[in-house]
Design a protein around this ligand. Structure first.
Ligand code: PNS
Length: 163
């Protein structure tokens, strides 16, 4: 069985992330969407909220025969990937600017765990500028984010902002 880990912050999950998961489903039998627990980073949604939202939105996407599960992890990603017996890491690359950082991470991860391959995937062009960071920024400044994130994400962001 070919199992991949798709690690990230997912704060929040965007349509670009979902696009990558769907593409990954064409290559892997199982994808573990792994949310990084990072106490040093100020997040909009908690780990529990991010995981809950991911599980909710993943119900609606076409996954074919692929199993997609959501987990969270702490510490070294390659160690977590080994524990979960994954064959590969999936990462989305939107632009050349992503590539430099992603290449560095992929090579460091390869040094740490040579058996684990990193697979870079490109999202659909319409998501090539979409990032969780920009979504949060424009949302907080009052702009519309429909089409960039699943509807439930937008609803949850509005709800959280209203508290
Ligand atoms: O969505 P992000 O924030 O770009 O994801 C970054 C992530 C989670 C893939 C990366 O920060 C990571 O793997 N962190 C876990 C700690 C680790 O293994 N660091 C060494 C990376 S070479």
């Amino acid at each position: 069985m070919r199992r991949a880990i798709y690690p990230g912050s997912f704060d929040p999950v965007t349509n670009g992330h979902l696009d990558i998961i769907q593409r990954g489903c064409k290559l892997f039998d199982e994808i573990i969407v792994a949310v990084l627990v990072n106490p040093d980073k100020q997040a909009f949604f908690s780990i529990e909220e991010r995981s809950e939202i991911l599980k909710e939105v993943l119900k609606d996407i076409d996954r074919g025969d692929c199993t997609v599960i959501v987990e969270s992890f702490q510490g070294l990603m390659v160690q977590y990937a080994s524990e979960r017996k994954a064959n590969a890491i999936v990462r989305g690359i939107r632009a050349i600017s992503d590539y430099e950082y992603e290449l560095q991470m992929a090579l460091m991860n390869r040094r740490l765990q040579p058996r684990l391959e990193t697979v870079f995937m490109m999202p659909a062009e319409e998501y090539s500028y979409v990032s969780s960071r920009l979504v949060k920024e424009v949302f907080h400044l009052g702009a519309r984010i429909d089409g960039l994130v699943p509807t439930i994400v937008e609803e949850r962001m509005k709800k959280k902002n209203a508290i």
